[in-house]
Ligand binder design. Structure first.
Ligand SMILES: Nc1nc2c(ncn2[C@@H]2O[C@H](COP(=O)(O)OP(=O)(O)OP(=O)(O)O)[C@@H](O)[C@H]2O)c(=O)[nH]1
Ligand SMILES: [Mg+2]
Length: 584
């Protein structure tokens, strides 16, 4: 199915055209039919020559109902622009087109209606020129008459061609179904309808009602008037919600995949229309079917901060529209740059923020987010619409690599200072470190502790190479530099002598936890034991000494005492035939 919204000035024949194409009545209300004017959105569908289905969202053209029009086109990526041959380009032709342009709608058709009443030529020329200057570009044009039926077959095939050009919807995306209608069905309860632009909804699914933590249960689904077990994008859907009272939700609400959306009442955006300095202090933000008053704070020439009157489930990269309802003026489109921007408190913060925003383009990028946020949970980024490929540093935490390195250095300094100031204590408490480094979670502190530091009994101890006599500490550093990437190669006896590591020095380094002694003149770096177990666990079990030696890329001189030490520690077990297994 593909969904297309109508657009165009009042009385230009949008509903008549939809009726002629589908045989269905888009004007649902008695008042609409009495007045011969669309007030609210209408819905109708038909089969195209290709066998595919097109569903129409028919919008009102009257200037008073532009907000309804915007709720209809907001979630729909294609438009059928209607201009009457006998009236030509009119104010809401322009306002609707400006709205489509602001929303970045790139797919459309032009139907020049009432072609039985006047030569469609002049209206066509003007409309095509206006449309060509927008995100829609050059569109296919079909003159039609709903009275004579002329042009309707051509319009059907043109709709088929338009459908074929639309990008395929993404099925893996979370669901964000903007509600455009809600009503009660006797015996079933609350039903909401909307255009499903991405993802899928199944009967039995649990969704989240935006703005609440409330789960709602999909009790039934209809699409194109038929009950279905599931609906996949793109589709018009009607969702029956179990146990949700009708007054809990309405147009502008959204049903969401639980836990996948950040709710934001403060966003930084880039403008694609009027410059920031020309905007009034309050406007209405339209996205999906929602319309929310916002306060506007200019930051850069084309960037502003919006304070929303109520939070919305917004993602980085979302397109939306700003409109001045008083002046009937579409101020332009916006692209969401940041849905969780920092507060601007210090002097100069706004100017600094403007600089940051100048470098953002609304394409979510995890490295870029980490550079700015330094430390954040992967789940939080995903809820902002940022795909996460980076590996966490601890738990669910992601860190900017440079920031993480600096934190590590700071941690080392803090631990050393604490040791100087509290010489009798066995190390710095993890919690004290968490506070000093202003870290939100103690797992981060633990992840930052690297040998020769270690965590023991809730403290980070200074039993480190820095506590060693200077020459020994330096020698250990040399070993680290030379053998850090070949962790199972030990310096030979001659090299130890060259480094100044005699038995006494080795003893001190071992006591400080800076070296690991396997035999009198066989030493490794202290993390080698854990690494060795990991490598050995990857071998087919049981394994021989020679297999272990090859896997560890080392010599018998190291492998024999290393395995014996692992046996003693219970990490490996020696079998009667001398093979070993890793004890799990
Ligand atoms: N002669 C002629 N009249 C038409 C044609 N299409 C629409 N009309 C008439 O134009 C008037 C307005 O048509 P609608 O379909 O209600 O117009 P609309 O664009 O839906 O109007 P709103 O929804 O209020 O914006 C009606 O009286 C229709 O009968 C056509 O192709 N030829
Ligand atoms: Mg109408």
């Amino acid at each position: 199915m593909f969904v297309v919204a109508t657009a165009g000035h009042v009385d230009h024949g949008k509903s008549t055209l939809v009726r002629a194409l589908t045989g269905m009545e888009p004007d649902r209300w008695a008042e609409e039919r009495r007045r011969g004017m669309t007030i609210d959105l209408g819905f109708a569908w038909t089969t195209l020559p290709s066998g595919g289905t097109v569903a129409f969202v028919d919008v009102p053209g009257h200037e008073r109902f532009v907000p309804n029009m915007l709720a209809g086109v907001g979630p729909v990526p294609a438009a059928l622009i209607v201009v009457a041959a006998d009236e030509g380009w009119m104010p809401q032709s322009a306002e609707h087109l400006a709205a489509l342009d602001a929303l970045g709608v790139a797919y459309g058709l032009l139907a020049v209606t009432r072609a039985d009443l006047a030569d469609p030529g002049p209206a066509t020329a003007r409309a095509r020129a206006e449309i060509a200057a927008t995100s829609l570009g050059t569109v296919e044009t079909v003159p039609v008459s709903a009275v004579t039926g002329a042009g309707l077959p051509e319009l059907r095939t043109a709709l088929d061609r338009l459908a074929a050009r639309l990008p395929a919807p993404t099925m893996d995306d979370p669901v964000r179904l903007w509600v455009d209608r809600s009503f009660t069905v006797r015996g079933s309860g609350t039903v909401v309808t909307g255009t499903l632009g991405a993802g899928r909804v199944r009967v039995g699914d649990e969704l989240e009602l935006a703005g609440t933590d409330e789960p709602v249960r999909v009790r039934g689904l209809h699409s194109l008037g038929q009950a279905r077990p599931e609906a996949t994008a793109v589709a018009r859907v009607a969702v029956n919600l179990r146990g949700t009272p009708r007054d809990r939700l309405g147009r502008g609400d959204a049903l969401l995949t639980p836990g996948r959306f950040h709710h934001s009442d403060l966003v930084d955006v880039r403008l694609t229309g009027d410059p920031a300095g020309d905007l009034p202090a309050t406007l209405t933000l339209h996205i999906g079917s929602a319309a929310v008053p916002v306060r506007v704070r200019p930051l850069g020439p084309d960037t502003v901060r919006l304070r929303l009157a109520r939070p919305l489930p917004l993602l980085v990269g979302d397109g939306a529209l700003l409109r001045d309802p008083g002046r009937h003026h579409v101020a332009g489109g916006v692209r969401v740059l940041d849905v969780a921007p920092p507060p601007l408190v210090r002097r100069g913060a706004a100017a600094a923020r403007a600089q940051v925003l100048a470098s953002l383009n609304g394409r979510p990028d995890v490295a870029d987010e980490l550079r700015r946020r330094r430390l954040i949970q992967a789940g939080a980024l995903i809820r902002m619409g940022v795909p996460v490929q980076a590996a966490p540093v601890a738990g669910d935490w992601l860190a900017d690599p440079g920031h993480w390195r600096r934190l590590g250095e700071q941690l080392t300094q803090e631990v050393a200072r604490y040791a100087r100031e509290h010489p009798l204590e066995p190390g710095m408490p993890v919690n004290a470190l968490r506070q000093r480094l202003a870290l939100p979670d103690r797992v981060l502190v633990e992840a930052l502790v690297r040998p020769p530091l270690r965590v023991h009994a809730g403290r980070v101890s200074a039993a480190s190479a820095t506590a060693l006599p200077e020459p020994v500490a330096r020698a250990v550093q040399r070993v680290r530099a030379e053998y850090g990437d070949r962790p199972f190669r030990a310096p030979d006896a001659d090299r130890l002598v060259e480094l100044g590591l005699g038995p006494r020095e080795i003893g001190a380094a071992v006591r400080a936890g800076a070296l690991l002694r396997l035999a009198d003149t066989v030493v490794l770096l202290p993390d080698a034991l854990d690494d060795a177990v990991r490598v050995l666990a990857g071998l087919p079990q049981p394994f021989t000494l020679s297999a272990a030696r090859q896997a560890l890329d080392t010599t018998r001189r190291v492998a024999v005492p290393l395995l014996e030490l692992l046996d003693r520690r219970g990490a490996t077990r020696r079998l009667p035939d001398d093979a070993r297994i890793v004890v799990t």
